[in-house]
Design a protein. Structure first.
Length: 459
């Protein structure tokens, strides 16, 4: 597919890299020549320096032949104008980044009136992921499938955990729980384990199950299931506003520390039920005075990665109970950051890129029989978890999973049939209308049939 990306910032660069790796023809546009050159060289893309809202610049980029234009500059209004011009001149599909909270109540209207295919909001998406992690405060990541019936939780095994030394095949008998562990990250290695795999302390395990069974599993591990009662958020940007609104709805007491006095006044207007503190969070005395030691959730959410990392490490040194969430923009040192044990690390540009990639795959597979309903990337983008909706044209319908002969490093985790979800077994059968969750280290799948070896399903 021919895709034009307007904006070469963090989100645009990540998107260009991942779409290019999936074989798409990418053109990037930005007014900043150095960024255009950097992204075009690293992603083997055509780079154009100019205003993406200009008809002339879009024509030079080939908007008439493009399948999709994605506008992800830092200006919501510019993004909308880019998409409007592309829609009128080229007739291609359009995706706009719109992140201002002022527009949050009007997204549906804007999308319909401008004929947009999709609107993305990196700050809102990041805030939602942060809020999800609070359901299991001890987890590093929490995602949901099947309209929230199925949960995927990434959890680091602690020293003295009952899981240490246990083989996966022993799990049902010893803990009497119905969960699936399809992925284990141990050091630099990502493993799709078999039943003889023996878990160790500091393994990052991915667990898939229904809500109720997931809670039962962690109760048997002795993990507290009560959610946090309060949250301290550092930084008063857009992500913090979206996060605070969600946490207040969940019943948490929210405190935001922001150094800019004018911004604090704005936060007071936007979040009348939150406590806004005007102060410098890099001053440890400010954090201590505001109750860092007692807080149950600490979110480092400034615009500076180094500051967020430092703040989280300081919070960790003082509080053993607080749920730690750290937002990181750049991913150049993600392997080093992962070793710092900063709690749940949120990469907004990855979250945004995944949402767009899911849409692009759906476009490419528009004539296929299975639609990707949900998609998540795990373990530094080395693992994908995909939820497929199975239609009647699918040749895998009615075949026991044991007979499908899946390719290496592919696992079907759950099947949802008529609203009821179950962990997939060898005798499980996929039916028309089911949703199926597939976990794999072979990224880039468009159709669940790509997971099955050739000649092992009925035509």
């Amino acid at each position: 597919m021919k895709i034009i990306i307007v904006g070469c910032g963090n989100v645009g660069a990540a998107l260009a890299e991942q779409l290019s790796s999936e074989g798409h023809d990418i053109t990037v546009i930005d007014t900043r020549e150095k960024l255009v050159e950097s992204v075009s060289v690293s992603c083997d893309a055509l780079g154009i320096v100019g205003n993406g809202a200009s008809f002339q610049v879009q024509s030079e980029a080939g908007v008439g032949e493009a399948d999709l234009i994605v506008a992800v500059t830092g200006s919501d209004e510019l993004n909308l104008l880019c998409c409007l011009i592309a829609r009128k001149s080229g007739g291609c599909n359009t995706i706009a980044r719109v992140s201002n909270p002022v527009y949050s109540e009007e997204i549906a209207y804007i999308k319909e009136e401008l004929g947009l295919s999709m609107i993305i909001n990196p700050q809102l998406a990041a805030a939602r992921e942060m809020a999800r992690t609070l359901k299991f405060p001890f987890a590093q990541k929490v995602d949901t499938f099947a309209k929230s019936r199925v949960e995927l939780v990434v959890y680091r095994i602690e020293e003295e955990s009952p899981l240490c030394g246990m083989k996966l095949k022993e799990l049902p008998g010893k803990l009497r729980c119905d969960v699936l562990i399809p992925v284990v990250e141990r050091g630099e290695e990502v493993i799709i384990p078999d039943g003889d795999f023996q878990m160790q302390a500091r393994d990052d395990i991915t667990i898939v199950s229904t809500q109720l069974k997931m809670m039962e599993f962690f109760k048997k591990l002795g993990k507290p299931m009560s959610s946090a009662r309060d949250a301290m958020i550092i930084g008063g940007g857009r992500t913090s506003i979206y996060l605070a609104k969600q946490l207040l709805q969940m019943g948490l007491k929210v405190k935001i520390i922001e150094r800019d006095s004018a911004r604090c006044e704005f936060l007071n207007e936007m979040l009348p039920k939150a406590m806004i503190i005007c102060g410098d969070a890099t001053d440890k005395d400010v954090l201590l005075e505001e109750g860092l030691v007692e807080t149950e959730t600490f979110v480092a959410n400034t615009n500076f990665d180094e500051e967020n990392i430092m703040l989280t490490m300081f919070a960790k040194s003082l509080s053993k109970k607080a749920k730690l969430i750290t937002r990181v923009h750049r991913v150049s040192y993600d392997d080093i950051i992962a070793k710092l044990d900063l709690g749940s690390i949120i990469y907004p540009k990855y979250i945004t890129a995944v949402n767009i990639i899911q849409y692009v795959r759906a476009m490419k597979n528009s004539l296929g029989s299975n639609k990707i309903e949900t998609m998540y990337r795990l373990n530094d983008n080395r693992v994908e978890a995909l939820e497929f909706l199975i239609s009647e044209q699918s040749p895998i319908v009615g075949v026991p999973l044991a007979e499908l002969n899946l390719k290496k490093n592919m696992i079907i985790g759950c099947i949802t049939h008529k609203g009821k979800t179950a962990i997939a077994k060898g005798q499980s059968v996929i039916r028309v209308g089911d949703t199926v969750i597939l976990i794999t280290t072979q990224t880039g799948l468009h159709d669940i049939r790509d997971a099955v070896k050739q000649g092992t399903v009925r035509a």
